[in-house]
Ligand binder design. Structure first.
Ligand code: PFF
Length: 516
């Protein structure tokens, strides 16, 4: 059997893991989550969630990947064997499939970012950035079922995003993913810090920073803020879809996982803070220029990046430099995340179906691109919003919960902490075990229940009021399809690797009617 791929260096692994974590989630999602959840009121739950669930779970996933050193289906199959009776391999397929489902809409958002990089050189969104984004650019339809035509520009740019991702992942871990991490992440950090300092120096920025940092202790009793904070940490640290597990499985035998997990979690949080500061400073400056308060000028939700930021840029000195810098940062951050979303299924297919990495990546990118087309219609923004909501609020949480239940409840997490402690300087013990086997699973159960209840009682928070049928088709049905595919993959790959399939085919073509 071919030797399993490995990272070339520790820093290469770390930068790639941070590259996965830092993405649209930090620059696009974190600021609007913070904004919608009351600014300062959001940071305390966010830090608590990062410390009690985020970092412990990154450590959990790193240890699991490194201990088992295999793709996800194999890992979950082997774990099931330890328990002896039930096969949980399907989790090892569900998570990678979910990752591709996420990559499909992530690629489309990146195509918008791509377009805005070009636009920002001339501030091409004009005087009314909201109208430009929703009408002129995306021409969004009134309902998720009113598909309309495909947006050719979005389609072409989405194809470019998939092509670049394919090119990187195709070249392998050391020659592709690691190189991308090593080049892009230092560059991104530099660009973000420059942007942050520039925005903070603008007149009026302080009011924006106050909105981000002033704590509002009364709002801590609102459970929704806590749910958003844990959800955001989960998405931001790339948990529950197998990325961190797969990346860690390529580490050399003696690698410090605990240290790397802390660094990954802390750097991810640092990036979120830097982009939060940058965006809120921008909002403050814009409000001051218009003589209004921060609350008055802001578009909530995903449009914050594509409507409010462009509008703010238009009235700012140096916009033609800082605009492209902002959208380029967003693009780079997103690219290192999307390539990480492709890795779990690539590893799984290569290993279980015994096909080459190159073939796996090509099939995955082609399928991912086809799925992306769904979001390039006029209804794309709406269907994408539903897909984002379901994958973040159900898929990733359920994926994470299943892995925790299997390892911590059905088995015991001690084999992971023993493993981490054997190879790492910093030792973990009962606090970590409490976080991963009691606190986080309980929080996940509460979140999943609250999210399900929320769906039945009211509409989604963004662009509200989707018809129930749309939630069913683009949300529930998609999730169900992923579970079904995972179950089929489990059945299929358990007995029939490529050799057996070939064998059946040969028998069949020999005229024996396919009955080996
Ligand atoms: N962490 C990424 C972000 O913050 O944008 C999103 C993501 C990447 C989620 C990879 C999951 C994943 F496996």
């Amino acid at each position: 059997m071919a030797k399993r791929e490995q990272w070339g260096s520790r820093i290469g692994f770390l930068l790639s893991a941070v590259g996965s974590a830092v993405g649209l989630g930090n620059i696009w999602r974190f600021p609007y989550q913070a904004y919608e959840n009351g600014g300062g009121a959001f940071l305390i739950p966010y830090f608590i969630a990062a410390l009690t669930a985020g970092i412990p779970l990154v450590l959990f996933e790193f240890s699991l990947g490194h201990r088992m050193r295999a793709g996800l289906p194999t890992i979950f199959r082997r774990l099931s064997k330890r328990n002896g009776y039930r096969n949980w391999e399907w989790i090892g397929w569900f998570q990678p499939l979910l990752a591709i489902f996420i990559a499909a809409f992530y690629a489309v958002i990146l195509s918008w970012v791509f377009y805005y990089i070009g636009l920002s050189f001339t501030l091409g969104w004009g005087a009314d950035s909201g109208r430009f984004f929703f009408k002129n650019f995306l021409n969004v339809s009134d309902s998720p079922f009113e598909f309309g035509s495909v947006n050719a520009v979005v389609l072409a740019l989405t194809a470019c995003v998939w092509f670049i991702s394919w090119l990187i992942v195709f070249r392998g871990i050391k020659g592709g993913v690691e190189v991308a991490g090593k080049i892009f992440m230092p560059l991104l950090a530099l660009m973000m810090v420059i942007l942050m300092f520039h925005q903070v120096s603008l007149p009026g920025a302080a009011a924006g920073l106050n909105a981000l940092f002033e704590p509002d202790f009364r709002r801590l009793t609102d459970i929704n803020i806590w749910i958003s904070a844990y959800g955001q940490v989960f998405f931001s640290m790339s948990l529950g879809v197998g990325t961190m597990i797969t990346y860690a499985s390529y580490l050399p035998k003696e690698s410090d996982v605990t240290n790397n997990a802390f660094l990954t979690g802390l750097l991810d949080t640092a990036f979120s803070l830097v982009s939060g500061i940058m965006i809120f400073a921008t909002l403050g400056a814009m409000a001051a220029a218009q003589g209004l308060t921060v609350r008055d000028v802001v578009e909530g939700g995903p449009a914050l990046t594509f409507v409010t930021v462009p509008e703010a840029l238009s009235g700012m000195p140096g916009a033609r430099i800082f605009g492209p810098l902002f959208f380029l940062s967003l693009f780079i951050a997103g690219m290192t995340s999307i390539i990480s979303l492709l890795e779990p299924l690539t590893a799984a297919m290569t290993e279980r179906l015994k096909i080459s990495r190159r073939k796996s990546v090509s099939v995955i990118c082609a399928a991912g691109f086809l799925l992306s087309i769904l979001y390039t219609f006029r209804s794309g923004l709406l269907t994408l919003d539903i897909a984002d909501y379901f994958s973040g609020n159900f898929g990733m949480l359920a994926g994470g919960l299943c892995e925790l239940i299997l390892v911590c409840w059905v088995l015991k997490p001690d084999f992971l902490s023993d493993h981490a402690n054997r190879i790492s300087d910093f030792k973990i013990g009962s606090v970590w075990k409490f976080c991963v086997s009691a606190l986080t699973p309980l929080v996940l159960i509460v979140m999943l229940s609250a999210n399900i209840a929320g769906l039945f009682s009211s509409s989604l928070p963004n662009y509200g009021g989707y018809p129930a049928a749309a939630l069913f088709v683009f949300g529930w049905l998609m999730m169900a399809l992923l579970v079904l595919l995972a179950a089929v993959a489990q059945k299929f790959s358990a007995k029939r690797t490529k050799e057996t399939l070939l064998h059946i085919w040969e028998e069949f073509s020999d005229g024996k009617g396919g009955k080996p």
